[in-house]
Design a protein. Structure first.
Length: 361
């Protein structure tokens, strides 16, 4: 099946075009010649009562989960990853929901659709998504993807180019579980944005790009502790709405910073994601945005380490080099660790009222 085509057998709910039952057309180079044997998946797809099967591997990076879709995803053609993400968003949103939402997933789960890269020099392409839609980039997810590909025996140690909708990320697998990602160029867009928010008063922070759009603030006095998750979520959500209304509609992540609990860390953060789930990790794109602000303020020197602690007590180590010191654009490197937690098949049965997930948006 090529882009734009769908057969009635492939249709999802309410006549939406849907996933191919076992598309092998969007497989990364690392997988070539390495596909599972014709298997039950293929024979299952010939039997109309058989559920669609999606092969996945789950991992967590510093506590934040990633579900990599290995097989059974939609055919998105061979365009750029940005073009394929657009197609995915427009036509396969039910597939997104089926993978990450309940009853197969949860609000916190980030999905990663493994794709064929456009460039032979790249190892893989990936489209990230969550409970409410597609993401731009995802640092923890890229670390999880690399550890997953290593777990599957598809890559070895060393540096791998991973194509994303917002640029190519260079990921170096250092040990079995440790990955350093050289992320997309990052920068601060606005400094000291002042928001007045009911119940919070004045909140001052920066807007920065680190592969996603962030509002970063130190203004919140709520303790950065697990026991304050509800209050932190409520505050961050209000901040997001205010910053969106005040000229920054693309900001969909909010980072609240405070003093670290871990003496080895430089800072601790609470990160609220677009679908109102909090990031269990320090957030790879969020750490990139933080590094961009630190660099712009002269608070961190090129090459020096910044240890960012998450709300659950895990950490990423960030460093940067200047891409353009005059324009204050940096290239951040974020190092973190991931572990594979599960591998298996998701089954989507058309007769199941929740075959396409329980939607929160
Ligand atoms: O690590 O970049 C990240 C991320 C984005 C959303 C959740 N995690």
């Amino acid at each position: 099946m090529t882009v734009g085509e769908s057969s009635s057998l492939e249709d999802g709910p309410a006549n939406d075009p849907s996933v191919s039952k076992n598309s092998h057309q969007d497989k990364p180079h690392a997988v070539r010649g390495d596909s599972p044997s014709p298997s039950a998946l293929d024979s299952a797809s010939q039997h109309s009562r058989q559920p669609r099967a999606i092969e996945f591997v789950d991992s967590h990076t510093a506590g934040e989960p990633t579900r990599v879709v290995i097989e059974g995803g939609p055919d998105l053609g061979t365009g750029s990853l940005a073009e394929r993400r657009e197609l995915f968003q427009a036509r396969f949103d039910h597939f997104r929901s089926a993978i990450v939402n309940e009853p197969r997933g949860s609000d916190v789960l980030v999905g990663a659709l493994l794709c064929e890269p456009t460039d032979v020099a790249s190892t893989a392409g990936v489209i990230f998504f969550n409970n409410v839609g597609v993401l731009n980039g995802c640092g923890h997810g890229t670390i999880g993807l690399v550890v997953t590909l290593f777990h599957l025996g598809r890559i070895g140690h060393g540096t791998h180019r991973i194509e994303t909708p917002v640029g190519t990320v260079s990921a170096t697998l250092i040990g079995e579980n440790q990955v350093a990602i050289e992320n997309v160029p990052s920068y601060r867009q606005a400094k000291d944005v002042r928001l007045t928010i009911d119940g919070l008063g004045e909140v001052v922070g920066d807007v920065a790009w680190g592969g996603n759009w962030f509002f970063l603030t130190k203004s919140i006095s709520i303790p950065l502790e697990m026991s304050s998750i509800d209050a932190l979520t409520d505050a961050a959500w209000r901040i997001r709405k205010a910053v969106n209304a005040q000229g920054f509609p693309d900001v969909d992540h909010v980072e609240l910073f405070g003093a670290p609990s871990d003496p080895k860390a430089d800072s601790k953060s609470f990160v609220l994601c677009p679908g109102k789930a909090y990031d269990r990790s320090p957030c790879g794109t969020g750490t990139s945005a933080k590094l961009a602000c630190l660099a712009a303020d002269g608070d961190l020197e090129e090459g020096d380490a910044w240890v960012q602690e998450s709300i659950v007590g895990t950490s990423f180590v960030g460093r940067f080099r200047w891409q353009d010191a005059e324009k204050q654009i940096i290239v951040p490197t974020v190092t973190g660790r991931a572990w594979v937690t599960a591998e298996g098949r998701l089954l989507l049965d058309e007769s199941d009222p929740f075959a396409w997930g329980i939607r929160t948006a």
